[in-house]
Structures are given as structure tokens and as C-alpha cells.
Design a protein around this ligand. Structure first.
Ligand SMILES: Cc1cc2nc3c(=O)[nH]c(=O)nc-3n(C[C@H](O)[C@H](O)[C@H](O)COP(=O)(O)O)c2cc1C
Length: 153
């Protein structure tokens, strides 16, 4: 809603593009579908934390795709990125639980980035993600892409 998650995903993609032979398919959750999940060698689920949960749009993505791909993506690698004002654990936990149902393989700890937005004004303001956090997202992108291009997973 306020650009934090988007900036982190862009940094993740920069890191991933540094690896050879990587093709990125970046979609908002409302544009993602079962076919995109089936086509992916590795997935990053990125969401803000809203009301101690993943974004509603992200939940809708899982609701729409869950049973269509269940049993067809066992063992596939994934990671999670959460942009949160102060916590982020609730969203990360929810995604981990769904990923367990899909029998995915978590290849990194959830990357939780805290924007320190606490007041309504700060929460509703556009976000600027700190350089150190963008670097963490870039590194996660490089790690996931390297794992794919080297055939580690
Ligand atoms: C309705 C709403 C609920 C929120 N609830 C939480 C929360 O439970 N925990 C938290 O850490 N941050 C919470 N936040 C703060 C957002 O996670 C934070 O502003 C983050 O930067 C949003 O990511 P975005 O910039 O990609 O929209 C909430 C924000 C909104 C708008």
C-alpha cells in the first residue's frame, strides 16, 4: 500500500538478476495464479504485515491457488519477505504454515524488514526503505537465484 514491499522486491530482483540464466516473473498477488506457481523453479512470497497478518490480497492469492497446485510442487524452494511497521512475525508464520501444507522447502529464514511506522500518519505515509534493508533483500535475491542456477535445490 505504501511502497515498502515494492522497494524490497525491486532490490530482491536486482540481486537475482546478477546471476546467470535467471528469468524473473514478478507479479502482484492479484495477478498471480496457479499456472505461475507451477512454472516457478523457486518462489519469493513478499507481503506487508497488516493487522498481524499477510495482506488480504496475498491471502486471496493463496485461497485461489492452494488446491490447484497441492501435490504438484512438493519440495520446491521458496523464501518469504515481510515489510512491517514493528513486528512481521504473524505474516511470516502464516505463509510458513501454508508453505508447509504445499510441502515447499524454505531455503532461507523469512526476511522481515521493520519500517518503524507506529502512528497512523507514519503508517499511511509513503515508505523509504533503508539502504541496509535493501541490501538484505538484494542478497536474498542473489542467494535464491544462485541456488537455482547452480542446481543446488
Ligand atoms: C491496516 C494496517 C495494519 C497494520 N498492521 C500492522 C501489524 O499488525 N504489524 C506491523 O508490524 N505493522 C503493521 N502495519 C504497518 C505496515 O506493515 C507498514 O506500514 C509497512 O511498511 C507496509 O508495507 P507497504 O509499505 O509495502 O505497504 C499495518 C499497516 C496497515 C495499513
Amino acid at each position: 500500500m505504501t511502497g515498502g514491499t515494492r522497494q524490497l522486491v525491486e532490490a530482491f530482483c536486482e540481486g537475482a538478476r546478477g546471476q546467470e540464466g535467471i528469468e524473473l516473473d514478478v507479479r502482484r498477488a492479484d495477478q498471480a495464479d496457479a499456472a505461475a506457481v507451477l512454472a516457478a523453479d523457486v518462489m519469493l512470497f513478499a507481503t506487508p504485515e497488516n493487522l498481524a497478518s499477510m495482506a488480504g490480497m496475498m491471502k486471496d492469492f493463496f485461497d485461489r491457488t492452494y488446491y490447484g497446485v497441492l501435490g504438484r510442487i512438493d519440495g520446491r524452494p521458496y523464501a518469504t519477505l515481510v515489510c512491517a511497521g514493528s513486528d512481521g512475525e504473524g505474516a511470516a508464520r502464516q505463509i510458513a504454515r501454508i508453505a508447509t501444507g504445499w510441502r515447499l522447502n524454505a531455503v532461507a529464514e523469512p526476511l522481515i524488514v521493520i519500517t518503524h511506522a507506529q502512528t497512523p500518519e507514519a503508517i499511511l505515509a509513503p515508505k523509504t526503505i533503508a539502504a541496509a534493508d535493501l541490501a538484505r533483500a538484494r542478497e536474498l535475491g542473489a542467494t535464491l537465484a544462485a541456488g537455482v542456477s547452480l542446481g543446488i535445490w
